[in-house]
Design a protein around this ligand. Structure first.
Ligand code: GLU
Length: 483
């Protein structure tokens, strides 16, 4: 059997959205699993939709995701160029071949004429499709008009009767009545192919064996198959992937503010977690297992595991994956990644980030949530004295005031503000004054954090804040409770 060749063929219209990333991932996994070749092709024939910078962003996102392609615009390869606008001259010979055989025809209808006919048809409440007006121009006349410089497009000549079909690896036999199909433009007036033609020609010329793409192309693929037949080419194996849904009602879409891959990275999701999560959006491994590195996915991936039903993008699940990946992260790596997020809330404070990272590591689910979790170390939040009431610790504002009044002078005498010294001091103080540990530790923690939930307790926080700030916050708390 020939070498398996898959491609990811994004249009540079903006960020790499997560549905696109999943398509790329599956095409990558399938190629790698089978010792094949994975290709990146930029489909930029619709130049009006192109967003400046989008191509570079695609390269960047693919690398960030670890989806290394063997051939592509920026890495080269034997089947290049890999940017469709740079291949403009490759398409015309095949279009001429189709003209010759009658599988396509030139169309001279102007925009205005088409619009008039479209308006008339839609006014009748019908769906417009091209009426094959120019198909009936005698060949010699058409040729003459083409040569005279009159603008024309080339349209596919879809049979008026019968059905067009193809076999999809996932959806099986897909068939549509030809009379529902429009005679799509294959080559535009400026000589540029449309997607409808370019995808067929390029997949053939690039020897693509398996095409993976979204189900939005499921209904047009029978028409593409007609082109393969007309050109005498063997069509690739198609694997149309079900859509990724935000919920039961709508597709995941950038338009509604759903995050792109780059957005997720910027929010502090780990690429490994994103890839793992995305892989499971529509594919189910044979063994019951959730965690996969990219190489493990390559090992486990197969087309049998693909699902036909739409996948739902569950953000909570992604957050969970991310937190699990963060927990498994090497501590030094965590510290490096967490530091800029600590800085966002604590820049300018002298603080032991290493110790803070130890306390935060197991509590971090998404890095972007870190600044809010540590901001109290920079600035004491407003809090209600009710926070001093804690049933299990057997404490309340009155007992707390007593404890804080003992703690304040004792801590001010401590020459060393280490966690150990703080702990010994507060424990002894509690014991000497007939207080339970919790009756001392809880109020001190509340007083210096203003929060019920903190990374670390009174001694860790006291150490992180340092003596001066801790004493200042204790003074504030005493004043607050006395008021
Ligand atoms: N350029 C198309 C898109 O971005 C790709 C479709 C295909 O893979 O054939 O949707």
């Amino acid at each position: 059997m020939s070498v398996i060749r898959t491609r990811f063929a994004p249009s540079p219209t903006g960020y790499l959205h997560l549905g696109g990333l999943r398509t790329a991932l599956y095409a990558y996994l399938f190629a790698r699993k089978n010792g094949g070749i994975f290709i990146l092709r930029i489909e930029d024939t619709d130049q009006e939709r192109e967003v400046p910078g989008a191509v570079d962003l695609i390269y960047h996102s693919m690398r960030e995701a670890g989806l290394i392609y063997d051939e592509g615009p920026d890495v080269g390869g034997a089947y290049g160029p890999y940017i469709q606008t740079q291949r403009k001259d490759s398409y015309m010979p095949y279009a001429l071949q189709l003209l010759e055989s009658g599988a396509a025809y030139p169309c001279f209808c102007t925009k205005e004429e088409l619009q008039q006919r479209r308006d008339a048809v839609t006014a009748r409440g019908e769906q417009f499709k091209y009426d094959k007006h120019c198909l009936h121009i005698p060949k010699a006349e058409a040729k003459r008009r083409m040569e005279s410089g009159e603008p024309y497009v080339i349209r596919q000549n879809v049979p008026e009767t019968g059905v067009a079909s193809f076999e999809d690896a996932l959806f099986g036999h897909v068939e549509v009545p030809c009379d529902t199909l429009d005679d799509n433009v294959l080559i535009k007036a400026d000589g540029m192919p449309t997607y409808n033609f370019a995808n067929v020609v390029d997949d053939h010329l690039m020897a693509i064996t398996h095409v993976m793409r979204g189900t939005e192309y499921l209904s047009s693929t029978p028409k593409y198959n007609l082109l393969y037949e007309a050109l005498g080419w063997q069509a690739p194996i198609y694997v149309h992937l079900p859509v990724v849904m935000k919920d039961a009602t709508r597709k995941l879409s950038k338009r509604y503010g759903d995050p792109s891959f780059e957005d997720l990275l910027a929010q502090g999701f780990l690429r490994e977690a994103i890839i793992n999560f995305i892989a499971l959006l529509g594919w189910c491994p044979k063994e019951e297992r959730e965690f996969f590195t990219l190489p493990e996915l390559v090992e486990a991936f197969d087309l049998d595991g693909l699902s036909k039903s739409p996948a739902i993008f569950n953000m909570d699940k992604l957050v969970w994956f991310n937190s699990e990946y963060i927990k498994k992260m090497d501590f030094e790596e965590y510290l490096t990644m967490a530091t800029p997020w600590f800085d966002k809330a604590l820049a300018g404070k002298a603080m032991d980030y290493r110790r803070l990272a130890e306390l935060m590591h197991s509590r971090t689910d998404v890095f972007s949530r870190v600044p809010d979790m540590v901001r109290f170390l920079a600035e004491l939040p407003e809090y209600d004295t009710e926070l001093y009431t804690h049933k299990k610790m057997k404490t309340d504002p009155v007992v707390s005031l007593q404890a804080l009044k003992l703690a304040r002078p004792a801590l001010s005498m401590l020459p060393d503000f280490s966690e150990e010294a703080l702990k010994n001091c507060l424990m002894e103080l509690a014991a000497e004054n007939g207080l339970k540990t919790g009756q001392m530790m809880w109020p001190v923690r509340v007083a210096i954090s203003g929060l019920a939930n903190t990374p670390g307790g009174a001694t860790e926080l006291g150490y992180l804040l340092g003596k001066q700030e801790t004493l200042k916050r204790l003074d504030g708390a005493i004043a607050k409770l006395e008021a």
